[in-house]
Design a protein around this ligand. Structure first.
Ligand code: NAP
Length: 184
């Protein structure tokens, strides 16, 4: 089975995935909606999500999405990483599953359940995967705004990780999207 860990995330020019209040994402947004989008183009999200088996998400992203005033947006299982959460809230018990331990062990548990193509989400979480060389592909959508502070996509890494640009797109003449794969 082809095991892949993929990132699909929108960032500000200065590399934040949420402002300092934390409540922003590509799902329900203030700053992602600053540009008119009359054709309602999904910028590749629907194609991306239909091709993955499950999500692995940080606790902060999970709590943020739970707090959105919209129905649960995922039809695939969501594995939530946390060292502080003791259980998934009752309302989300059959949609999300708590996972703990070393990332390689967590991945093994998820693969054993039959999920191989994984969407890794949340800045701290993505960086934790990167630190262990566990991200294979990244689609980074850059919104032309400087947030100045907030939740960064990238944190410190112990070494360089090389990626190759596979495709680059521009939406609405404003938003750039780069698709990278890791160079082995
Ligand atoms: N713009 C976008 O496309 C986009 C996408 C995703 C998220 N967001 C936004 O980004 C913000 C959240 O990002 P974030 O970087 O602050 O946090 P995050 O990655 O969502 O969550 C971080 C938390 O995940 C848990 N975690 C991560 N790695 C772990 C590991 N190896 N083992 C155990 N637990 C682990 C820890 O939870 P504990 O503290 O419980 O241990 C950690 O505090 C939210 O505001 C969200 O809306 C934006």
């Amino acid at each position: 089975m082809d095991k892949k860990n993929k990132v699909f995330v929108a960032t500000s020019i200065d590399g934040y995935i949420a402002d300092k209040n934390g409540g922003l994402s590509w799902l329900n947004l203030d700053w992602l909606h600053v540009f008119p989008n009359p054709d309602n183009k999904g910028m590749g999200y629907d194609e991306f999500i239909s091709d993955i088996d499950a999500l692995v998400m940080g606790r902060i992203t999970f709590e943020t999405v739970m707090g959105f005033d919209v129905p649960w947006p995922y039809t695939k299982p969501v594995f939530v990483l946390s060292s502080t959460m003791t259980e998934i809230p009752e309302s989300h018990k059959h949609k999300a599953f708590l996972v703990k331990g070393e990332l390689t062990e967590v991945l093994e548990q998820i693969h054993k359940k039959g999920y191989y193509k994984l969407y890794i989400d949340g800045g701290t979480t993505i960086s934790n995967f990167l630190k262990e060389g566990l991200i294979d592909e990244m689609t980074l959508t850059t919104i032309p705004i400087l947030l100045g502070s907030g939740h960064p996509l990238f944190h410190k890494l112990p070494k360089h990780i090389k990626f190759k640009l596979i495709e680059s797109k521009v939406f609405m003449n404003q938003i750039t999207q780069n698709y990278y794969t890791r160079v082995e």
